[in-house]
Design a protein. Structure first.
Ligand SMILES: [Fe+2]
Length: 211
């Protein structure tokens, strides 16, 4: 295969041969930036193409973090010269759990690096939001998606759904909401450019296991 994009999450998953099978956030500091940048460059050199890094939902922070997540994420993308996969739902989840403004996150990311959005549903337990991918996309995430379109333009989009999967017709309705928001938010020229010039699928549903 010669995929147009190859992506992975900006996270760690295990230590000492033990895999947690979960996506765990990194400490946001210079040491981690240097560590990750070195590895992203290694991977890109091997693949012969730039990869996309994706932000994850998180439930913990570290005392050794010295910057915001978006400063950390953006700095790695700049130094490694990689692309960004911006999971809009994950920004919303982490913003709630860690009490930051999701718009600050969007504004802290370089426009030209973002190649794809993700949207998904989540679960709220009254205190924290968990990124369960088993609900419809909620209104605040649609609103954040609109803000993302305004900042980043016509970026392709995947709606992620891993559990409690409804009838296809209902999934198609979610896609129609995304299409409607995009057509209201973006100019016709921008939509056309994305659909044809950039050779990307404008919007697509993803049934695979993604986080
Ligand atoms: Fe995602």
């Amino acid at each position: 295969m010669q995929p147009q994009w190859i992506s992975d999450h900006l996270c760690w998953t295990g230590v000492n041969q033990t895999n947690s099978h979960d996506l765990t956030p990194l400490p946001y500091n210079e040491d981690t930036i240097a560590y990750v940048v070195d590895r992203v460059i290694q991977v890109q050199d091997y693949l012969g193409q730039r990869i996309l890094l994706e932000n994850l939902s998180s439930y913990v922070t570290y005392q050794s973090s010295m910057m915001t997540e978006w400063e950390f994420f953006n700095e790695i993308a700049r130094r490694a010269d990689c692309h960004i996969l911006l999971d809009v739902n994950n920004i919303f989840v982490s913003a709630h759990n860690h009490q930051f403004d999701p718009i600050d996150y969007l504004n802290g990311i370089d426009v030209d690096r973002v190649m794809q959005f993700h949207l998904a549903g989540h679960s709220y337990n009254g205190e924290m939001i968990i990124d369960t991918h088993d609900h419809d996309v909620c209104d605040p995430v649609w609103s954040l998606y609109e803000s993302a379109l305004k900042r980043f333009g016509a970026v392709s989009n995947v709606i992620e759904r891993d559990g409690d999967i409804p009838e296809f017709r209902q999934l198609r309705q979610e896609l129609a909401i995304a299409e409607d928001i995009a057509s209201r938010t973006l100019s016709a020229d921008a939509l056309k450019m994305n659909a044809y010039s950039k050779n990307n699928e404008y919007l697509e549903l993803d049934y695979g296991r993604t986080a």
